[in-house]
Design a protein around this ligand. Structure first.
Ligand code: NAD
Ligand code: DAO
Ligand code: ZN
Length: 391
């Protein structure tokens, strides 16, 4: 504690369009001790999410290089900076790319998005957002990482940077969890699964007996399916261009599978015909703007809702005929499934330990940090849902 730590990290020196092709360099980095309002965490496990690949590929307008990527992780607090309350050395934690400020910030107007009448309107707390979005820590607007070989500064990513054996987090980004939770599993709650479940339960609020369509069957799409099944949806239509995804989708609760490549008409027309007018809820879990349109247009006139989850490349735009909205369809989006991170991630851990939600079934691969490039290759291959990196 109080001293810099040398450890290994996977450094992204520059963006690489073919992100699956040895894009990261596993090397020694130096991690400074936490400053005021920060904690330093020993990352034990981190998974790879498509969003890491997206930033690494250079498509993310906020991507700042060189940096240390990674945002779906779990670990143990190594040291705590001044003024940090309720987090102690040895606590088990999940870093959260979406921070959540404290009640006292809200009372004293410290957070631009969580004060006064705005309290509770969004999970997108804005207190440290300018810093997490620009790769630095709030207290001095600087990084805590340097490369050991030449002292170059390495930027943080999403306020998490979990592809490092040690990372420094804002206290607002730390969800403290119970110690009996297996860190090698619950790391997945830092992003993908929470996002999918929350899109169903918090954003769409899917009801019993409803009909749902899910576009894209990666871990996010499958967790949407699991969420819909838990919400007792009657029909859960799984859509993917990779037919190998059907077995997984069925195991998570899908009732039917549609491959857009099997039809020579737009997929929205196929779904509308199949459901006698359209689905009640649809979810786009790919990041493809044409598919976002299909997802909206396959919902039912009058009440259909479509939730965008996928992250599209910088500068991409969505379109539809305004009549689609005039006639009652609703287009929404969600980040982290609408969950408040620090307070609700521990509740998701409880749900997992009570056997109410799956995690293990999403973990198709495990690798060591030295093999992280192979994990990106697996993600790209379409054969991997989540690969957990043991740090
Ligand atoms: P993934 O790459 O594992 O899964 C994507 C799936 O989409 C694959 O099965 C692929 O075969 C399928 N697909 C590709 N093109 C398709 C098409 N035209 N039609 C139908 N299916 C198609 O990704 P993931 O990790 O599940 O993440 C999905 C998306 O969600 C990504 O864009 C990711 O950045 C985003 N994401 C958003 C949030 C959020 O908070 N909004 C959180 C996490 C991830
Ligand atoms: O608060 O200004 C803001 C924007 C917050 C961005 C949240 C990111 C949502 C998208 C997906 C990330 C998946 C890891
Ligand atoms: Zn806030």
């Amino acid at each position: 504690a109080g001293k810099p730590i040398e450890c290994f990290a996977a450094v992204a020196w520059e963006p690489k369009a073919d992100y699956w092709n040895n894009a990261l360099s596993v090397e020694k980095v130096v991690v400074q001790p936490p400053k005021s309002g920060e904690v330093r965490v020993k990352v034990t496990h981190t998974a790879l999410c498509h969003t890491d690949a997206f930033t690494l590929s250079g498509e993310d307008a906020e991507g700042k290089f060189p940096c240390i990527l990674g945002h779906e992780a779990a670990g143990i607090v190594e040291s705590v900076g001044e003024g940090v309350k309720d987090i102690e050395v040895g606590d088990h934690v999940i870093p959260c790319y979406q921070a959540e400020c404290y009640p006292e910030d809200q009372a004293s107007d410290h957070c631009p998005r969580c004060r006064g009448y705005r309290v509770g309107k969004t999970n997108l707390c804005g207190k440290i957002r300018p810093f997490t979005g620009s790769g630095v820590m709030a207290s001095d607007q600087d990084s805590r990482f340097t490369a050991q070989k030449d002292g170059s500064k390495l930027w943080h990513y999403m306020g998490t940077s979990t592809f490092s054996q040690y990372t420094v987090l804002h206290a607002e980004s730390v969800a403290k969890i119970r110690k009996d939770a297996p860190l090698e599993k619950v790391n997945l709650l830092g992003c993908g699964l929470a996002t999918g479940w929350g899109a169903v339960w918090n954003t769409a609020k899917v009801e019993e007996d409803s009909t749902c369509a899910i576009f894209g069957l990666g871990a996010v799409g499958l967790s949407v399916i699991e969420g819909c099944a838990k919400a007792k949806a009657k029909r859960i239509i799984a859509i993917d261009i990779n037919p190998d995804k059907w077995e997984d989708a069925k195991a998570f609760g899908a009732t039917e599978f549609v491959n857009p490549r099997d039809f020579d008409k737009p997929i929205q027309q196929v779904i509308v015909e199949k459901t006698g007018g359209g689905v009640d809820y649809s979810f786009e879990c790919v990041g493809n703007t044409d598919l976002m349109r299909s997802a909206l247009e396959c919902t039912h006139i009058g009440w259909g809702q479509s939730v965008i989850i996928g992250v599209a490349g910088a500068g991409k735009e969505i379109s539809t005929r305004p009549f689609q909205l005039v006639t009652g369809r609703v287009w929404k989006g969600t980040a982290f499934g609408g969950f408040k991170s620090r307070s609700q991630v521990p509740e998701l851990v409880d749900k997992y330990l009570a056997g109410e939600v799956k995690i293990d079934e999403y973990i198709t691969h495990n690798r060591n940090l030295t093999d992280i490039n192979e994990a990106f290759e697996l993600l790209h291959s379409g054969k991997c849902l989540r690969c957990v990196i043991w740090m």
